[in-house]
Ligand binder design. Structure first.
Ligand code: ZN
Length: 499
């Protein structure tokens, strides 16, 4: 073992520990903490964040990386050591470009932005949020100025969430998706949609029990996972054997069921990272897009498929006999796959969802490039919702204020949701080639073959490879929307969706 590498690993383990404890504090804040603890918690988290950052960007880290350069050249590219040195070098160089003072200002503006957004959303008043948004955007512009060598400014923001991906690539993918989806949505919307039985009264404690039952069938293990309740579902945790996922229950519908499966997919990714990578910066999912490909796979490709429901529908009916006792399987399956334009992204079906994302992706570029004035944003939002989904936006809360991302300064994030959708089907098709009886297994409640394929081909690598490099290794090519669009057409096009 190389002694410099030993020292570097020790330092990085401390950085990772501080970050993991910080994410646990975030989990606690969302699930357990009394509301009045928020101010103190903000200080705790800022301190941990600063300590981790300082330890990471210190000159000493750079000296160790320099010393390790010639050693790294002797190693196999795929080895854990070579990957660690390569990825940490890239992370380090990126982090060093941003002055500490700008970083602190962005953190502060994000927490103030979130506070302003919550108030503005409650009042449905975009004007009340505008100053905080202006501040966040101005700081993101200064952040972009810290970098050079990009094709367009938005590349810098995108790279934070999907390393190596260029705006132009995403634009080309989304153009193709948009052209395919507009007619598909029109066809699907013409079909009669009988899903009234999905709204009514679904007691929360029964939703919780049945949600737990489904993810336990998928592979949730009570000895190393937790499922809790938060207003906004998320997945996190502190270690490979300490996975925390959350969901959100509403008495009036069964959305929680799909949200729980979604977060299970995120949790499984983190749970199946190779143990050798734990306590290193390689020990987590590689990007938001690849992460989302995993959550969408369990939510949509498994959880909205007919074979899955052949296995599970009887249990769901038994949990909600008043609502579903008389609803046969095919009717239920069609209802949970209904395509119908709606105002709120997080409640959108799997087809129209992408147009919500494309709208935000385009608007973000308009903001960064100064083509849209921020004060006009609510109005422009309304015009584009009309253009893309034929909907009139009744108020700011159900329009431009619905998501928290921009309030927290996260510009460049949204596109990863649809990139994940696209990649999920590429991965799925590859799994089907390798495991031909995969979906027949679902009818018998067998999910281990899918779990194991994902662990072996994607999850265990953690952050060793760049996102597109990982995809290419797993499925044989980089991102391509054709399989996804084919899947959507087959499932939702004219004549489809018959059981
Ligand atoms: Zn997700």
């Amino acid at each position: 073992m190389n002694p410099t590498l030993d020292r570097l690993r020790t330092r990085l383990a401390q950085v990772v520990d501080l970050r993991r404890v910080n994410s646990l504090l975030f989990w606690d804040q969302q699930t357990m903490m009394p509301a009045a603890g928020a101010a103190a918690r903000g200080e705790h988290r800022a301190t941990l964040d600063r300590l981790a950052h300082e330890l990471f960007v210190a000159d000493e880290t750079g000296r160790m990386l320099d010393e390790l350069e010639s050693y790294a050249e002797t190693l196999d590219y795929d080895s854990d050591d070579a990957s660690l040195i390569r990825v940490v070098r890239a992370d380090y160089e990126k982090a060093r470009r941003v002055p500490a003072e700008l970083r602190a200002e962005m953190t502060r503006a994000a927490s103030e932005g979130l506070r302003a957004w919550m108030g503005a959303k409650a009042e449905s008043d975009f004007a009340a949020f505008l100053p905080a948004l202006e501040r966040n955007v101005e700081l993101r512009r200064r952040y972009i100025d810290c970098f050079d060598g990009y094709d367009e400014p938005y590349d810098v923001l995108l790279d934070d969430y999907e390393r190596g991906m260029k705006t132009a690539e995403v634009r080309a993918i989304f153009e193709e998706v948009k052209h395919a989806l507009v007619p598909l949505i029109r066809e699907a919307a013409d079909r009669d949609a009988d899903d009234d039985f999905l709204r009514g009264s679904f007691p929360v404690e029964r939703q919780e029990a049945i949600g737990r039952e489904v993810i336990e069938a998928f592979g949730f293990r009570p000895d190393s996972w937790r499922l809790d309740h938060t207003p906004h579902p998320f997945a996190g945790g502190a270690a490979i054997d300490d996975i925390r996922i959350t969901t959100h229950y509403r008495e009036r519908d069964l959305d929680s069921f799909f949200a729980t499966m979604h977060e299970y997919g995120h949790g499984l990714y983190e749970h199946q990272v190779a143990r050798e990578l734990e306590r290193t910066p390689l020990g987590s999912g590689v990007s938001l897009g690849v992460h989302e490909s995993q959550s969408r796979m369990w939510e949509n490709l498994v959880g909205r498929s007919l074979p899955f429901w052949r296995f599970f529908y009887g249990r769901l009916q038994a949990a909600f006999p008043e609502q579903l006792g008389d609803v046969e399987l095919e009717r239920f399956y069609r209802a949970v796959n209904r395509v119908h334009p709606s105002l709120i992204r997080i409640h959108a079906d799997e087809v129209t969802y992408n147009l919500h994302i494309i709208l935000r992706f385009e608007l973000e570029q308009d903001i960064v490039n100064g083509r849209v004035e921020l004060r006009d944003l609510a109005q422009v939002w309304g015009e584009r919702m009309d253009e893309y989904l034929g909907l009139e936006v009744p108020d700011d809360a159900r329009g431009v204020l619905q998501d928290m991302h921009w309030a927290g300064g996260q510009i460049g994030y949204f596109s990863t949701y649809s990139l994940g959708n696209v990649m999920s089907v590429q991965i799925w098709e590859r799994v089907l080639e390798d495991v031909p009886d995969l979906v027949e297994g679902f009818e018998r409640g067998e999910f281990a073959p899918l779990r194991e394929w994902l662990g072996e081909n994607l999850h265990r690598h953690g952050r060793k490879y760049r996102p597109q490099e990982l995809l290419e290794r797993a499925v044989g090519r980089t991102i391509d929307p054709a399989p996804y669009l084919r899947y959507l057409r087959e499932k939702h096009g004219t004549g489809a969706l018959t059981a």
